[in-house]
Design a protein around this ligand. Structure first.
Ligand code: FES
Length: 198
């Protein structure tokens, strides 16, 4: 009997140890999962940077990497999100990362704009500097981005300058380059994205 009860308490202790071990393991796995998820959220919300690729932000092609040949000469613009080429994470965790890509005649770009363009392709923030709507339309006659919320228009050939409407400042530009046929960001935004709150 004494042997039996000793075996029982030994078994119970081993069971407790295993339960405690499983709980600890669960906590570690849970912590790592939360940690990884938080890091991914940070990476998805981080602003675009040099080397990022671009993906379609909407439509049937959403998520596909944009090649220079996907952009029609003379517009309209394509809505895009940056993609971190190392992790393959699309930086769509913040709408402030939404971009406009358009391909224009390089000869029509002013000197400064040509400096951050590649083969006539230019990129700008898609967030209107007036009240933050998506700059989703295109004025083919003026060859300008058009924010339909309050009719602001921006000239992509002239550094995103405001052509008309209440927007108080130009759209921030994102420099681009083409390397081995791949279109990518050559740096970060030229200015604060979206409306200035103060
Ligand atoms: S939010 Fe674009 S013009 Fe007002």
């Amino acid at each position: 009997m004494a042997e039996d009860s000793e075996m029982c308490s030994c078994f119970a202790r081993s069971l407790e140890r295993r339960t405690a071990l499983k709980m600890a393991l669960g906590l570690v796995v849970g912590f790592n999962f939360v940690h990884v998820a938080a890091a991914q959220d940070d990476a998805r919300s981080a602003r675009p940077r040099a080397g990022d690729l671009f993906t379609f932000a909407e439509g049937v092609e959403e998520g596909r990497v944009i090649a220079p040949g996907d952009l029609a000469q003379g517009g309209p613009q394509v809505m895009a999100f940056p993609l971190d080429p190392r992790t393959r994470l699309v930086r769509d965790g913040s709408r402030l990362n939404k971009l406009l890509l358009v391909r224009l005649d390089p000869a029509g770009l002013d000197e400064e704009t040509r400096g951050h363009a590649a083969d006539g392709i230019v990129a700008y923030s898609a967030i209107c500097t007036h009240q933050g709507c998506d700059v989703m339309a295109w004025d083919a006659e003026l060859q300008s981005f058009w924010c339909p919320c309050h009719d602001s228009k921006f000239d992509p050939r002239d550094g995103g300058r405001v052509v008309t409407g209440p927007a108080p400042r130009r759209l921030p530009a994102l420099p681009v380059k083409i390397a081995d046929g791949v279109l990518m960001a050559a740096g970060g935004f030229s200015a604060h994205v979206g409306p200035k709150t103060r």
